[in-house]
Design a protein around this ligand. Structure first.
Ligand SMILES: O=C1O[C@H](COP(=O)(O)O)[C@@H](O)[C@H](O)[C@H]1O
Length: 243
């Protein structure tokens, strides 16, 4: 199942996303005592955090946060996906979640990927992770995580976390969750905004035959799209639902 929700502005989008994430978090915590979430970088942390950081109904102490992808840079580097979430969310909340960051392996993406897969194996007790929610962005080329169009990593079936050293978007060295993990999630929410995403969003939602990275996301549970009107400008009306 895939549902696309549109919002008139990015503020309204952040508001809707806050409501959605808060509900998924409460449901997961009531069901099994934790909310396991994988978060992307790029524009997502800011859109996610704007309202969520002030939501006193969310029990962040029960959150277990991994990253959907990460750049092989120090955690305080401007390119770090962790740093973005820290700046916009983690620094603003009192109760601290369990956080799984990339290890300090410099640009050695292979070592970082092996270490991150071990962290996943440790938390999920060796079982293929079934995240309560994976939050993904959509790049203007249709990539998500660090899974880029035409890249051999799109066909990775055994590793849970893969290294990439030739990312077309800098920095080149990164690690990424692979489809076996992404597609084992209980739910995935894509978040994207801005006119610059219009054409790609239309292709992804209305031309499934293209098999772009975002289109290969087919988890066990539902896929939600949270988009603003600017990004949704070229979508047919029947593609859109109101939140
Ligand atoms: O490089 C990355 O880009 C994508 C998309 O970013 P956006 O700024 O176009 O929203 C992001 O989802 C990914 O986590 C990041 O590493």
């Amino acid at each position: 199942m895939s549902v696309t929700y549109t919002f008139p502005t990015t503020d309204a989008l952040s508001d809707g996303l806050n409501d959605f994430v808060a509900k998924r978090s409460s449901e997961a915590i009531a069901d099994h005592g934790a909310f396991t979430v994988a978060v992307s970088g790029g524009s997502l942390p800011k859109l996610l955090s704007k309202e969520l950081r002030q939501n006193s109904n969310v029990d962040f102490s029960k959150w277990v946060i991994f990253w959907a992808d990460e750049r092989c840079v120090p955690l305080d580097d401007a390119d770090s996906n962790y740093r973005e979430l820290k700046t916009h969310l983690l620094d603003a909340i009192d109760s601290k979640p369990e956080i799984h960051t990339i290890g300090a392996f410099g640009k050695d993406a292979e070592k970082a990927a092996v270490d991150y897969e071990q962290q996943l194996k440790g938390y999920f007790k060796g079982e293929l992770p079934a995240f309560d929610l994976i939050l993904l962005g959509m790049g203007p080329d249709g990539h998500c995580c660090s899974l880029f169009p035409g890249h051999p990593l799109l066909n990775e079936t055994s590793r849970w976390v893969a290294p990439i050293t030739d990312s077309p978007k800098p920095p080149p060295e990164r690690i990424t969750l692979t489809y076996p993990v992404v597609n084992n999630a209980k739910a995935v929410a894509f978040v994207t905004a801005g006119e610059g995403k219009q054409d790609m969003l239309q292709q992804i939602l209305e031309q499934p035959q293209l098999s772009l990275p975002c289109q290969r996301v087919k988890p066990n549970g539902p896929v939600f799209w949270f988009v603003d009107d600017a990004a949704a400008g070229k979508l047919q009306k029947q593609t859109i639902s109101k939140y």
